[in-house]
Design a protein. Structure first.
Length: 119
């Protein structure tokens, strides 16, 4: 149980770092941790006229691989499905942003790597 709590806290810490990083790049924060029956989207941001669904992966070291290795084609497909549900449940957002994409922020220790449009 203790490991689960530590991993949860690390994940939230990574999401906070990613949110700060993206807002400093000019993104507007809309929502965090949108959850539905099939999955979760870590961050929902706006980049000008784009609605951006952001997957955040955080690892404190590369002992067991790098964060990018955790973003599979299955994971991207799941994010797209959750994004569709998000858009259906937020008609005001759906009307405001006519295009969307999936980005990723991968954090390894202190290093932040950003990937636009990972699908």
């Amino acid at each position: 149980m203790k490991v689960k709590i530590e991993n949860y806290n690390k994940g939230r810490s990574g999401e906070d770092l990613a949110k700060k990083y993206l807002t400093e790049k000019g993104f507007e924060w809309i929502e965090s941790n949108f959850l539905c029956d099939i999955g979760e989207i870590d961050l929902i941001m706006a980049d000008n006229d784009w609605l951006v669904f952001v997957e955040v992966k955080f690892k404190s070291d590369d002992k067991f691989g790098i964060p990018e290795e955790m973003i599979s084609s299955w994971k991207i497909s799941q994010i797209k499905k959750v994004a569709q549900i998000y858009l259906m449940t937020r008609p005001e957002i759906n009307k405001k942003y006519i295009k969307y994409r999936v980005d990723a922020v991968c954090i390894l220790g202190e290093q932040i790597r950003y990937y636009e449009n990972v699908c």
